[in-house]
Design a protein around this ligand. Structure first.
Ligand code: FA5
Ligand code: MG
Length: 421
């Protein structure tokens, strides 16, 4: 049955991504499929819907924030390598060692030192250290996740940072201050303002951040958009909020934001400024704006998809017309876990989802865990996943789905030592 080797894990001891070569180690969990995706740059591909949303947001910032010579204040970084160190992605943002976002089950690690960035916030500290006060970062980000119409292992984010000095914040001459004390040690992610900030500095920053983001939501979704603020927490901002917009009868989270942790700024040598920051997801906005139902479409090379966005007027409304929906083809896969892997730590569903993506690519629309069962006598554990196959551009034949499904079975028994039932 196992005639193809394409599903086997790569056993060489190095891995090459975007012409850079890295040593594999016990942390490496990036798959060939993800290495391929890291070479596309959808957010800078002309007329691509992700790129259109980027342009609309960047233009909003260009026109909203001008310097004294009436030039745009914000600079844009959309070409930074997605390969970052753990120090960039986590440490520089005060993310603690034991934080769940560092788990191997959630990130694509290249090795113990490098990973594919899980958010564009990974570059924030280095750009501030380089002396920038107002900037946007746009790029592809990578997270291991479930498989369905709203989740894909790669998506795109846009981050912003704005730092202000005392004189920039309190424009008139007076004795207002940014800081009450030098104590930047706060419980990160708490719901109240940081102790070191004065109330008036904090309130003015919160006001500017929220007005900017509501203005952006209106620019994208129209003046009548319904929105709400939800309290949340991030290790790198305090307080922190999410902005949700009401769309298609549900509240949709479009971004996270907050007042930057002052210790993050002092760590990179900034002692006289207070900052706000946010990070938003471009796919979610594009899916709403253009009524795109399935996130895989962004990666399609089908001209029937891409040609619909070839409009030179950035603001003209585009509603994506689905290319005809082809039928689904559903197959279940059941297997016994090896006896030493019956706990949830040694086998996680994300490992299986990555294997499916690596073997079957975008032929798979969704994978669901439909059954788990532990044998009462032997203690052996069995899992059943349902794999829903559907091609975006044509009808799949039974024969080709059977072949791919068998490859998945072989790869699962090879890589995880499971026994297919
Ligand atoms: C972050 O990634 C923070 N770095 C954002 C941030 C930056 C907060 C700066 C404060 C200051 P979060 O994981 O919530 O947060 O993702 C931010 C946005 O990315 C979400 O609001 C959503 O729009 C988008 N997003 C997150 N996960 C996915 C996903 N799996 N698919 C598509 N979009 C996603
Ligand atoms: Mg969130």
């Amino acid at each position: 049955r196992c005639s193809s080797t394409s599903a086997k894990p790569n056993l060489t001891d190095t891995i090459t991504i975007n012409n850079k070569t890295f040593k594999r180690d016990d942390y490496t969990n990036i798959t060939d499929k993800i290495v391929c995706l890291a070479q596309k740059s959808l957010h800078t591909t002309p007329h691509h819907p992700i790129s259109l949303v980027r342009q609309r947001i960047v233009n909003y910032f260009y026109k909203t924030f001008l310097n004294s010579r009436r030039n745009p204040l914000f600079s844009v970084y959309d070409n930074l390598s997605p390969i970052v160190s753990l120090a960039q992605n986590f440490d520089s943002l005060l993310i603690p060692e034991n934080h769940p976002s560092r788990l191997k089950s959630d990130c694509y690690y290249i090795n113990r030192e490098y990973l594919l960035r899980a958010h564009t916030t990974a570059h924030q500290a280095e750009l501030i250290r380089a002396g920038l006060d107002n900037f946007l970062i746009v790029g592809d980000v990578y997270r291991r996740d479930e498989i369905d119409s709203k989740h894909y292992p790669v998506f795109h984010q846009l981050d912003a940072v704005r730092l202000k000095t005392k004189d920039q914040l309190f424009s008139c001459e007076n004795d207002l201050k940014l800081f009450d004390c030098d104590d930047t040690a706060c419980i990160p992610g708490g719901p109240t303002k940081q102790r070191c900030h004065t109330f008036e500095a904090f309130k003015l920053m919160e006001h500017e951040l929220k007005t900017t983001l509501v203005g952006l939501a209106k620019e994208l979704f129209g003046n009548q958009v319904r929105y709400r603020w939800v309290d949340t927490s991030f290790p790198f901002t305090q307080p922190s909020w999410e902005l949700e917009v009401y769309y298609n009868n549900e509240w949709l989270e479009i971004l996270g934001c907050g007042i930057m942790m002052q210790s993050l700024l002092t760590n990179v040598g900034v002692n006289n400024r207070i900052g706000w920051a946010f990070g938003l997801g471009l796919e979610r906005i594009a899916m709403c704006l253009f009524k795109i139902q399935d996130i895989r479409l962004f990666w399609s090379n089908d001209s029937g998809f891409l040609n619909q966005f070839k409009d030179d007027d950035l603001k003209s409304p585009i509603i994506y017309k689905p290319i005809s929906q082809h039928p689904q083809c559903i197959h279940d896969i059941s297997f016994w876990l090896p006896e030493d892997k019956t706990d949830s730590l040694s086998f996680c569903s994300n490992d299986f989802y990555d294997l499916v993506r690596n073997v079957a690519g975008d032929l798979v629309e969704q994978v669901l865990l439909v059954d788990q069962f532990t044998h009462p006598k032997s203690g052996k554990k069995s899992l059943c996943y349902r794999i829903i196959y559907r091609h975006m551009e044509r009808t799949l034949t039974n024969a080709e789905v059977n072949e791919v499904h068998q490859l998945i079975e072989c790869a699962a028994s090879d890589q995880f030592g499971v026994t297919i039932r």
